[in-house]
Design a binder for this molecule. Sequence first.
Ligand SMILES: *Cc1c(COP(=O)(O)O)cnc(C)c1O
Length: 398
Amino acid sequence: MNRAEIIGLFDKYVVPSYARYPHVFVRGKGSRVWDADGTEYLDFGGGIAVNLLGHSAMAEILAKQANILVHASNLYYTEPQGLLAKRLVELVGIEGKCFFCNSGAEANEALFKIARKFGNEHGGRHEILTFENSFHGRTLAGISATGQVKVKHGFEPPVEGFRHVPFNDLDAVAKAITSKTVAILLEAIQGESGVLPATADFLRGLRRLCDEHQLLLMFDEVQCGMGRTGEFLGFRAIAPDVQPDAISWAKGLGGGFPIAAIWARGPYGDVLGPGTHGTTFGGTPLACSVALAVLDTLERDGLMGNARDVGEYFIGKLRALAAQCPTIRDVRGIGLMIGVEVTLEARPAVLKLAEHGLIGVAAGKNVVRFLPPLNITRTDVDEAVEKIGRAFSGSGAS
Ligand SMILES: *Cc1c(COP(=O)(O)O)cnc(C)c1O
């Protein structure tokens, strides 16, 4: 089918919940992706931080495990799920337990259920504090937790018990805690709203408040986790000493194959007893084998170190470019989670980059996010920066 025919299928048969870009992608390899008309793009969007090792990187393990066992059900034990849980607990480095599901929203849902179950059993508490401009997924609890009006609008009433507090404002958090509060959930680097990192003092302050009030400190690592910041856990790139109570992962965990997980510390890991939570597809042998292969590659190839080094190089080159390019207002980020704030709106900025062969992702009002695979090279970055320079320096860019 040609591009017009494929887009026609969407117009007629697919729920129009996305303002899609005009590309029809047909094939990918490493950091490159190809459109139906044969155009090659340098893919620094990574399918929104999903293609952790680049395109087509998971083919071998997918084929291998597909020939052994794809699905069994959580009514039974399977080795890959046990091994992946062990691996994630070891990467966190604190005793705890994991639960597997299929998306970031679902992983956060599991965190909410742990927090509520624990809170109901300890003082009848159920309130969870989240932050303004946060993003936690599109389920009803997800949009209720998300601190942005636009995702909630039209879906009222929200799930009860979520309150939003200004980000990086510890006094506001202290004032917001009530006798009903049981947990705080945050992205250590807010992704969807424009790559906004928490400060180390804020994270340490949250830990202190959580200790004082017996609250769970829960990190949504769906976007900033999986080594993207140079640390396996994104918040540790900001404050390595801060101890989490619970964590959610998704996006990059399967390198493109859908899998999500949560980890919860010591006692919280046992809160969801038999019959209290479940999922049909979560933690299949196929998904867990793929995630184990992603983690193997991450460690074997030193990709967290690469994310740190190449990310620093990228940010340095972007700042040098910004100094000569008035369209770029700000460059921020950690490792390979980078936001470039521009004078354009985000969507036209992303389209302009695509015209020059580079895929980025819109964030907030006027930020382009770069979330490339963690194995990109300095040569890829040089090419990207050259494209960004051309896209944002021509007439009509600002
Ligand atoms: C993408 C994202 C989610 C939602 O993940 P889905 O897999 O789309 O449900 C939740 N939290 C953060 C921080 C995200 O970036």
